[in-house]
Design a binder for this molecule. Structure first.
Ligand code: TPP
Ligand code: MG
Length: 338
C-alpha cells in the first residue's frame, strides 16, 4: 500500500505579504487575549453567584486559536464561532456589553433573552454564533461561502469545530462540497484533547485531524494552538488562499481544554499531569512573555491594559445586570415565521 503523504506543516509563502505583525497589532492582540480571559473569568463568577442560568463555558487554553484566527479576517468576512471562541466575537467587533447581556439572558440582548452564551447572530458584524447541534454550523458556513462567492463579495467564511464535533457527518458533507466548489471557507478543528469526558484517543484512528484534508484534496495543517503568532499567520495564509479563489483550508489547532466542559463539570476524568503540562503553555502567559521579550510590552503598558480591561468589564457587567429580563408575554414572539 502506498504510504500516505504527510500533511503540510509550514506556513505557505505569500505572493505579497510575509504576514508581519506590527507593534500596534501585537498590542491589540494582547488586549484581546487579556480581555477574553478576564471576561470568561467574570462569566464563571456570575454563574457561581446564580446570575447565569444554563451553561457557562470558557475557552481557557483556546484564546490564541480564537483570537489569532479572527484577527486574520477583514470586515467583509463571515465568522461562525464555537463555544470556546469568545475572543473571536470580540475581535470581529462584538461589544462587551452585548456579550454580557447575551450571557445574562437579558431582554435587550441580541437573542432577546431567548438563549445565552454565543447563541446569537449579528448580521451587521457578519457574526453567526454557535449552533448547539455540533456540526450543523459547517454547512451554514459553506452555504454562506457559496452565496458570497456568487455575489462576488470577495469574502471568506471562517468556522470552527471541536475534536468531538468533527466526527459528525455534516462536517464531512460540507468539506466535500466546499473543496470541490473551491469555496472561500476555513475550518479550524479545535483539538483540545477531550469532547466532554471522551479523550481524543477514543475518537479517531488516524494520527492527526488534519490528515483528513488529504481526502478532500485541500491543504491541511496541524499547529500548536497556544502559539498566537503561528495561528494568525497560518490563518492569514488560508484567508489569502480562500480570497484568491483557491478553496478551503483545514487547520487542526492543538490545545488543551483547561476547564471542565462547562462550569458544572469538575473534569475529574482529566489526568492532572496533563493540566500541569499544558499550564506551562498558557496562551495568555506565552504572548505576554513574548511581547515582554520583544520589549513591545512594558510593565506600564501592561498595567494600562489591565486598567482598561477591568473598567470595560465593570461597565458591561453593570449594564447587563441593570437590564431587564424579557417580558413573559413576548415568549413566543420571533420564534415562528409569520
Ligand atoms: C450533535 C450533538 N451531539 C451532542 C451534543 C452535546 N454536546 C455539546 S458539546 C459536546 C462536547 C463537544 O466536544 P468537542 O467537539 O470536542 O468540543 P469541546 O467542547 O471540547 O470544545 C457534546 C457532546 C451536541 N450539542 N450536538
Ligand atoms: Mg474537544
Amino acid at each position: 500500500m502506498k504510504k500516505a503523504k504527510p500533511t503540510e506543516k509550514k506556513i505557505p509563502k505569500s505572493k505579497n505579504k510575509d504576514f508581519k505583525i506590527t507593534e500596534e497589532q501585537y498590542l491589540q492582540l494582547y488586549y484581546y487575549m487579556r480581555l477574553t480571559r478576564e471576561f470568561e473569568e467574570s462569566i464563571l463568577k456570575l454563574y457561581r453567584q446564580g446570575k447565569i442560568v444554563g451553561g457557562a463555558y470558557t475557552g481557557n487554553g483556546n484564546e490564541a486559536t480564537a483570537i489569532g484566527s479572527a484577527f486574520a479576517l477583514e470586515k467583509q468576512d463571515y465568522l461562525f464561532p464555537m463555544h470556546r471562541d469568545m475572543g473571536a466575537h470580540l475581535v470581529k467587533g462584538q461589544s462587551l456589553r452585548n456579550l454580557m447581556l447575551q450571557h445574562l439572558g437579558r431582554g435587550n440582548s441580541l437573542s432577546k433573552g431567548r438563549d445565552g452564551t454565543g447563541h446569537y447572530a449579528d448580521p451587521a458584524l457578519r457574526i453567526y454564533g454557535n449552533i448547539s447541534h455540533l456540526g450543523a454550523m459547517i454547512p451554514m458556513a459553506a452555504g454562506v461561502a457559496l452565496a458570497s462567492k456568487l455575489r462576488k463579495e470577495n469574502a471568506v467564511a471562517l468556522t470552527y469545530i471541536g475534536d468531538g464535533g468533527s466526527n459528525v457527518g455534516d462536517v464531512h458533507e460540507s468539506l466535500a462540497m466546499a473543496s470541490v466548489m473551491k469555496l472561500p471557507m476555513i475550518l479550524i478543528i479545535e483539538n483540545n484533547q477531550f469532547a466532554y469526558s471522551t479523550p481524543v484517543s477514543k475518537q479517531k484512528a488516524m494520527e492527526k485531524y488534519s490528515d483528513r484534508a488529504m481526502g478532500y484534496g485541500i491543504p491541511g495543517f496541524t499547529i500548536d494552538g497556544t502559539d498566537l503568532e503561528l495561528v494568525y499567520k497560518i490563518c492569514k495564509a488560508a484567508v489569502e488562499r480562500a480570497r484568491a479563489g483557491e478553496g478551503p483550508t483545514l487547520i487542526e489547532s492543538v490545545t488543551m481544554r483547561m476547564h471542565g466542559h462547562s462550569a458544572h463539570d469538575g473534569a475529574e476524568y482529566v489526568p492532572k499531569t496533563l493540566l500541569v503540562e499544558w499550564k506551562k503553555k498558557d496562551p495568555v502567559m506565552r504572548i505576554e512573555k513574548l511581547l515582554m521579550d520583544k520589549k513591545i510590552l512594558t510593565t506600564k503598558i501592561k498595567e494600562e491594559c489591565e486598567k482598561r480591561v477591568f473598567a470595560e468589564l465593570e461597565d458591561a457587567t453593570q449594564f447587563a445586570v441593570d437590564s431587564p429580563y424579557p417580558p413573559a408575554e413576548d415568549a413566543a414572539v420571533g420564534v415562528y415565521a409569520d
